[in-house]
Design a protein. Structure first.
Lengths: 255, 257
């Protein structure tokens, strides 16, 4: 971390953050890659969090213990351990080819969403389990429906834990290369993505490219460190925002 | 064994109630009449079915898997297990206070407002409901100046009175108490007991208690349960001073339990 910071710090400048790469990516900025990564985070979390939380609610609050639930949880556990490149191949087959989205931001975001979904579901389930059963009883005994009880009492108490899951998810989404490589990330693009069907650049892949396949690896070393630093900074700041939201909710629960 | 009650109007009428948890036959053919505006205590050793019976009265047993119920429970002359009955509506009319105080992790005000808000009362109505409920719950004087602080900061006894007030806020007819004082100190306990005696003027109260002195102090009628059977039911004075059944006498004199 320290090394990345020390080496990357000097490469960071306004131009580096806001300009297009130039001269076969040996000069200029990484703006499109930053933007691409942010789009990916927003897009994939926007799909994975609601889906994951609703799945966790179904599994914990509604599903009867039995074969079906066992099968679903088994599948989730297995998916959580599946290598990301397999998700990438699935995304390529499903979203890029079969559903015809092409190599695009949409296909990549959906692929990443699928990849983090198991983590989101698992951590949301954990969060729901820690909500004391007494809250549910108290609410139901007041003549409140089950769904209202979940919305008004259970979910607010579980949100801090769910945010923890989302934080883990953001880290993985921002850092993964294999899935986006197969579904839409571009080696180099001279322009920003103009729709969800566009190809895009993203920081981890860009880093890989300039560190291994670039035109002049030793010359671009400062840019490599700079890119790594920016990637870390994005993940860190998203996490900080999430942590402060979590703290806000915890405080609200206590006070 | 059936229990009849003369005098006051009957609020809850139970006939031939049987309950199974899976294969475990937990309640055997219970019949009992619980009079309006009175306190009825359910006593008996642990595992005798008294709490299970209490939970039949607001259908909280519906939440237990593999729980099967036969028989007839009528509250205010309506069969609460008939298909037309909306459980949610039933629980509005039959409130419940639990063993462990369980306020929501919200402010005192929000705890009381929770039920009425969901049941669609307006903001103005809710404000007056909050004050009424806290006054009836004998808590208003202690918390009036800090309604927006967390309910979790209250003492155990205050929390339990808050839970009672929260139940009162949805305007029930019957209130079920499931060992409401077992987690409280003697002073908090006596406050809750006074409160229960006060509440019976407006509500029908059924209380499960492990504490026989408590049953003797606050109840009008007492039912003694043993291993899923209702052994004896009658006026509290009679049960404690002149029990008709041998097991009742043994339990009350402390020979087991």
């Amino acid at each position: 971390m320290l090394q990345i910071f020390l080496n990357g710090y000097s490469a960071i400048s306004i131009e580096f953050l806001t300009e297009m790469p130039r001269k076969r990516m040996t000069e200029g900025g990484i703006y499109p890659a930053i933007l691409g990564t942010i789009y990916l985070i927003v897009g994939s979390m926007g799909v994975a969090v609601p889906l994951g939380v609703l799945s966790a609610i179904y599994l914990n609050e509604y599903a009867q213990p039995g074969k079906t639930k066992w099968l679903i949880e088994m599948a989730i556990n297995n998916l959580a351990g599946t290598p990301s490149v397999v998700f990438g191949l699935f995304g390529l087959a499903m979203f890029v080819k079969y559903m015809g989205f092409g190599a695009s931001l949409l296909a990549s975001a959906l692929t990443l969403a699928l990849m983090v979904l198991p983590i989101i579901i698992r951590t949301s389930q954990e969060a729901l389990i820690t909500v004391p059963e007494e809250y549910r009883y108290a609410s139901l005994a007041l003549g409140v429906t089950k769904w209202q009880t979940i919305r008004q009492v259970v979910l607010p108490a579980a949100i801090p834990g769910m945010i923890t899951g989302a934080i883990l998810g953001v880290g993985r989404v921002a850092g993964e290369t294999a899935p986006i490589l197969l579904t839409g990330a571009a080696y180099f693009l001279p322009r920003l993505p103009d729709s969800i069907y566009s190809q895009f650049m993203a920081l981890p892949y860009h880093l890989y490219v300039i560190a291994t396949a670039g035109t002049n690896i030793s010359q671009t070393r400062p840019i490599q460190y700079g890119t790594a630093l920016v990637l870390l900074a994005i993940v860190l700041s998203v996490n900080m925002i999430a942590v402060s939201i979590r703290r806000h909710y915890r405080k609200k629960l206590r006070n | 064994m059936s229990g009849q009650n003369n005098g006051k109007q009957t609020e809850i009428e139970v006939r031939g109630l049987n309950l199974w948890y899976g294969n475990n036959h937990a309640l055997h053919n219970i019949s009992i009449d619980i009079p309006k505006n009175s306190v009825t205590a359910l006593i008996g050793p642990s595992g005798c079915g008294k709490s299970t019976f209490l939970r039949c009265l607001n259908r909280m047993n519906d939440l237990v898997k593999n729980c099967r119920i036969e028989g007839n429970v009528r509250i205010d002359d309506k069969d609460i297990y008939s298909k037309e009955v909306d459980v949610v509506d039933l629980r509005k009319r039959v409130g419940m206070v639990f063993q462990k105080p369980n306020p929501f992790p919200m402010s005192i005000r929000d705890n009381i407002a929770y039920g009425p808000k969901i049941h669609g009362f307006s903001k103005n109505e809710i404000d007056s409901i909050i004050e009424d409920a806290l006054r009836s719950g004998a808590l208003w004087d202690e918390v009036a100046d800090r309604l927006s602080t967390s309910a979790l900061n209250l003492s155990g006894g205050q929390q339990q009175r808050l839970c009672i007030a929260r139940t009162l806020a949805v305007k029930p007819e019957v209130i079920l108490f499931d060992e409401p004082c077992s987690a409280l100190d003697p002073i908090s306990t006596s406050k809750i007991e006074e409160l229960i005696m006060e509440l019976k003027k407006k509500y029908t109260i059924v209380i499960v208690t492990h504490n026989m002195q408590q049953a003797a102090r606050i109840s009008d009628n007492t039912a003694f349960f043993l291993t899923g059977d209702l052994i004896e039911y009658g006026k509290t004075d009679q049960i404690f001073e002149n029990p008709k059944m041998k097991p009742t006498e043994d339990y009350i004199t402390g020979r087991f339990g």
